[in-house]
Design a binder for this molecule. Sequence first.
Ligand code: ADP
Ligand code: MG
Length: 256
Amino acid sequence: MTVQQDREINAATGQPLVVLEKVNKHFGALHVLQDIDLSIKRGEVVVVIGPSGSGKSTLCRAINRLETIDDGSITLDGQPLPAEGKALANLRAEVGMVFQSFNLFAHKTILENVTLGPIKVRGVKKADADKRAMELLERVGIAHQAEKYPAQLSGGQQQRVAIARALAMDPKVMLFDEPTSALDPEMIKEVLDVMVELAEQGMTMVVVTHEMGFARTAAHRVVFMDAGAIAEENTPHEFFTNPRTERAQDFLGKIL
Ligand code: ADP
Ligand code: MG
């Protein structure tokens, strides 16, 4: 069996890892998440697309509780998301997040950026954290820059460090919110390549992106959001060749 077949079977049969049920969220009068039902299986790669303002970022942020929700439920591995304290810090570690802006600590070295979480949150010894961080930096192709500071790296390199930093916490799921949107075109591929590799290794991923090449290569499922609701979901092939809703057809007409 190829790795690809193996992970397709995993994603098709895996247990639900992240489950959202009837999730609603308002910002004042704005109903930003409307009855969202979404179940993400272990090993599954879900690409979320949709127009600006449709609620994609809010959805991601709700999954690691950077946003609270008004009603409905979100569970990770069967457990409701914790509200505060150590349990919340652990949740944030288990749900890795990579943002459009890389959000590295400017006054810490690349290595320190990656080891800080494991040392502070996970209580890992510095020597062990350093060793693991160097392995991860190796994996994303940045090991030789470990002693530099973020500003000395290109945007694409910084984003790969941000991925390594999230991976250092051994997350159960990785959320990517438009990870390549702020990058110059020539740097997009080096970040997407790391993400594709991660997907192939079986990481559970939720990826907000307009990179259709990534969706076609790596996603098991595309979720199309519009005005706070999931308007359509399907396999990438079906979604791109045969979008069912007019809203998805319109959207694809604009971006493809
Ligand atoms: P997307 O990521 O799909 O572009 P967002 O989830 O960022 O959409 O935002 C959805 C809507 O919620 C937008 O209209 C946005 O302006 C609004 N919004 C997002 N965050 C806040 C906030 N903290 N307070 C008020 N409105 C917000
Ligand atoms: Mg967004």
